[in-house]
Design a protein around this ligand. Sequence first.
Ligand code: 3H9
Length: 666
Amino acid sequence: MRAIDSEVKPAAAGTRFSDTVSYRMEHGVLVVTIDNPPVNAASATMRAGLNCAIVHAGITEEVRAVVIIGSGRSFVGGADIREFGQPMAEPTLPQVVELIEASDKPVVAALNGVALGGGCEIALACHYRIASRAARIGLPEVKLGIIPGAGGTQRLPRLTGTLAAAEMIATGRIIDAEEAQSLGIVDKVTDGDLARQAIAAARRLVVTPPRRTGELAVAVGKGADVDALADKVLAKARGQIAPAEAIRLVRLAAEASLADGLAEERATFLMLRDSEQSKALRHVFFAERAAAKVPGIEHVEPRPVATIGVIGAGLMGSGIAVSALNAGYRVICIEQTAERATAGEKRISALLDRAVASGRLDADGRADRLSRLEVTANMNEVATADLVIEAVFDDLTVKTDLFRELGRLVRPDAILATNTSYLDPDAIAEAVPHPERVLGLHFFSPANIMRLVEVVRCDKTTLEVLATGLAVAKKLGKLPVVSGVCEGFIGNRIFSAYRREAEFLVEDGALPQEIDKAMEDFGMAMGPFAVFDLAGLEIAWARRKRQAATRDPAERYVEIADRLCEAGRFGQKSGKGWYVYPDGKRTVDPEVTSLIEGSRAAKGIQPRGIDAGEIVSRLLAAMAAEGDALLAEGIAQRASDIDLVMINGYGFPAHKGGPMFAAGRS
Ligand code: 3H9
């Protein structure tokens, strides 16, 4: 392996190899510490420092072995994503990784925290891996639209076999230290002093030739198992390229030499790194980190929350309760009657049972959650809650009456959140003393699964209350996105514009099934008409009837959905809507086609053929235009927040970056 000579010199000068890599000598072991906050990413200076360390170890007689460890909570969080898109400075990560593996002196990775992506690849190239129990290991590159580019696809299968490696790399799943040990990725897991044990291991290894991962044979998984995994991954990928490439490269590890496998991996990595999909997914990565940032909130301490009250144990309330139980909160769930409380408790238990059945939860975890749950019809019990989330019927009188009662029952500093989708939370807040402690927490159904929560900042919400809402949502494992107050907040506002344009397209000549197909081929989880049927058509119908009196008669209005509702076609739950559902299967209904044709004819519209390209571009443009309006009105803080809402709440493909990114707005 070529040494990067120019990087060797600083070693002699002091205790640093570069700005971000320092060293000390302990009992003949060079202990190399990576200190590159916030996550010890493998940036140019980090790579240079590590390169320098290995070269230094090779040429310095007193150094008998090397330990690489991270400072803080990370070992190495991966390549520095911010450097993608710029020319890559030498030494590159593959060069550093190869240098480590080729070292004649043993190199030990001491995994003190996350070892992800390039960080995992550095560890795989070391000759021994010891991990603290808190370490997390993975190759999550597919989530950024790429595959591991520093040997991960070729070295991981040499430790775990092809099946486990293909699963980890194609899904980007991150595993804990124990699982890593059981898969053969780490040699030892410790609760003790990691650095000390790593040094001891390095000293022991001096007497044996280094065990180079790249020289190990690959244990080939059963072809049928890898095929089944590939089918599953592809079905979920919705057009994303990287997962299939990951599986191809892992398979290649068993067939090609290490050098050929690495060359193919490198070429694939570079191709994907420059792809539109990777740009979009990197945008999403940084968008997620930006979303929680609100001007002025940086130094605001969230209030402590230990007990969460949930009003209503229906579909939404029970999902919220399960989320809160999973996150370790005590939960008091209130229903109107004892019978409904019993039914609510059953619903919550059933959700936990499902988690046990799927292996996501064990029996002890279930028991622990149930021990923190109380479901009751006695409203007074909510008095001890630090935060109350209401999930009752979406009606302004129902909600304001409830808030008035809550205002009497809870502590004056308890935070009150409404889960309304469409109502005005400012009007709800006015019902309680101290309206500044009210905010919206708009969960998406099923609330225990869906990641998105719109955190609605009301007119009077204080920064401390907002910060608490964001902190709780984060603790629930959700992705909180701040929205101002408007009808439908960010998501339903955009979705209404999308619905409107989809209906215009139908009137202009496209059929629902053509529109759905175009959007599903684009990557949406479901086409718009399939979604309307799934959600039910009656709520939007009721809203349209409410708005009828104030609607501008000059505004274009499509009546087809009204006709469907008048015919009792409310979507999947009534067995028919835009489609029919014999045996639950979405099927085109000629009755709907003739209803559409009749409606066009009544308006004198001559239908024309509309191709998939026009369908997609009109629907994307409608979403982006509504996004522009939300930004102009100050409802959304940034275009990337809108992208996150549509990706995480409405099935927009992450690898297309969201409607604002796709339109070049973010
Ligand atoms: C890769 O490795 C490719 C290689 O195979 C091949 C190379 C040739 N780079 O998430 P947080 C920033 S691809 C740059 O809030 P946490 C982040 O933007 C990489 N910056 O913290 C944020 O900045 P800010 C494979 C990064 O404690 C700050 O750090 N690796 C990177 O909740 C804190 O982040 C991955 O995909 C990075 N790699 O979680 C891992 N990572 O404060 C990606 C983070 O300005 N990272 N930042 O907003 C993560 O999953 C999480 O950040 C991590 C920490 C679990 C590490």
